[in-house]
Design a protein around this ligand. Structure first.
Ligand code: AMP
Ligand code: MG
Length: 423
């Protein structure tokens, strides 16, 4: 069956993205060791079950004293206190100290009962077993109160929080060795094409190595998913069907194919998608990346599992950019993230751009920053088979659908490929 342009009209990028994202929900929660939760999204609120710090303790190395014992102390008339104990961090003194005495104490050690201030070493004079105090100290001077950071019962992290190193440290401080986060999506990746061979296969005339499985798998990893590499299927409906069914058994949450979605005689992905599932749309008004197919695979197969499938175009640049535009936000949504947009900047385009069609163009650009001003220069040949145009790029300059000419010096929005993801 051929899918004609009447059956599947070309969609705007926005409409296509809306349809794709509607097919995904945050994945169910799982408990993982706290370090495996980095960059993932909390699926349950976290409360403190005790104060941090648990006990009042000293912020300085010094002498813990009773404030009354420092009353009236002046440089010319110091008060003399007997040092009765030495307390390191990690230990406690149980007995209250007597008037006229002090405890030598190290940062972090709980202040002994009855002491009300800590005098730093450099502010006293040591005299045998005594210290000389030269001024009055107010209550709580150099003392950290119990619960000054976190109070028992307080909500510390809300579900939906993307966990950064500081949240991981807080979870550790709260005694959590494991934490509940949304599961990582498993993303099946299948390349198609009679001409595509494994990267370690000896080269033969007419063949090319499978770049897409690797660039797409690396993108899956970068955005927090788990790639399942399914290899390469020939342009054959039966083989492709078998590979996709096998992939479904591996529990994929998203299926990615590359190639086989344009109008060539052997573009079988669309055919398999229609036969084995449901096609939602085909073709998006963007360049590169027009012949994108989206649908579900397996809804009628009786297994009950219906998995969204993105049929990415085969050209290596198209496969990567279509991934950025559609697969990336789908993965982030499954992870429970709500900030799905890639960071962008406004930049000055240093090259002139002319074009004829009315698709949204994603031009590969090198970015330079000078005093907060960004400039963007084309990476060279912008063909969708020129993978070096991606290798040289730090950004994708967006040329809107209704713009057919941009002079050098025009301002453009640029998607920053390597900027850290926002929470
Ligand atoms: P297709 O979308 O199948 O028509 O493929 C478009 C172009 O991309 C063709 O030149 C293919 O040889 C190339 N291509 C398809 N799949 C891959 C792949 N996995 N790695 C590298 N190039 C590919
Ligand atoms: Mg092909």
């Amino acid at each position: 069956m051929r899918h004609t342009t009447e059956v599947y009209p070309m969609l705007s990028l926005e409409e296509a993205l809306e349809r794709v994202l509607a097919a995904f929900e945050p994945l169910p929660p799982e408990r993982v060791p706290v370090l495996e939760a980095l960059d993932r999204v909390l699926a349950a609120d976290v409360y403190a079950d005790m104060d941090i710090p648990p006990l009042a303790n000293t912020a300085m190395d010094g002498y813990a004293v009773r404030c009354d014992d420092t009353g009236g102390a002046r440089p010319g008339a110091p008060r003399r206190l007997r040092v009765v104990a030495d307390l390191a961090a990690g230990y406690v003194l149980d007995q209250p100290i007597q008037p006229g005495t002090a405890v030598r104490i190290m940062t972090g050690a709980p202040v002994p009962p009855g002491t009300e201030a800590v005098i730093p070493f450099e502010e006293v004079e040591r005299s045998g077993d005594d210290i000389l105090v030269f001024k009055r100290y107010p209550h709580n001077k150099n003392i950290r109160a119990a619960g000054e950071d976190v109070q028992a019962g307080q909500e510390i992290l809300a579900r939906g929080t993307v966990l950064r190193p500081q949240e991981i440290g807080m979870l550790a401080a709260l005694g959590r060795i494991s934490v509940t986060v949304h599961r990582r999506p498993r993303v099946a990746i299948l390349s198609t094409g009679d001409e595509v061979i494994e990267v370690d296969a000896p080269w033969q005339p007419g063949k090319i190595r499978d770049a897409n499985s690797y660039s797409n798998a690396a993108q899956v990893l970068r955005y927090g998913g788990v790639p399942l590499l399914l290899g390469i299927a020939r342009d054959d409906v039966t083989e492709l069907t078998d590979r996709i069914r096998a992939g479904l058994e591996q529990g994929a949450d998203l299926f990615l194919t590359s190639g086989g979605v344009s109008v060539g005689d052997f573009d079988v992905v669309k055919e398999v998608l229609a036969a084995e599932g449901e096609m939602n749309f085909w073709r998006v008004r963007m360049k590169p990346g027009k012949p994108l197919a989206f649908g579900h695979i397996g809804p009628s197969a009786g297994s009950g599992r219906s998995v969204p499938l993105l049929g990415l175009p085969g050209n290596p640049v198209s496969a990567m950019i279509s991934f950025e535009v559609f697969a990336r936000p789908a993965i982030l949504k499954m992870l429970g993230k709500t900030e799905l947009e890639k960071p962008t900047v406004e930049a000055t385009l240093l090259d002139e751009v002319k074009r004829k069609d009315d698709r949204r163009h994603f031009l590969r650009v090198m970015i330079e920053e000078r005093q907060g001003e960004y400039s963007a220069r084309l990476t060279g040949d912008q063909g969708s088979g020129i993978l070096l145009s991606m290798v040289r790029a730090q950004g994708l300059a967006i040329i809107p659908e209704d713009v057919d000419h941009l002079p050098a010096g025009a301002r453009v929005q640029v998607v920053m490929l390597d900027w850290p993801e926002r929470g």
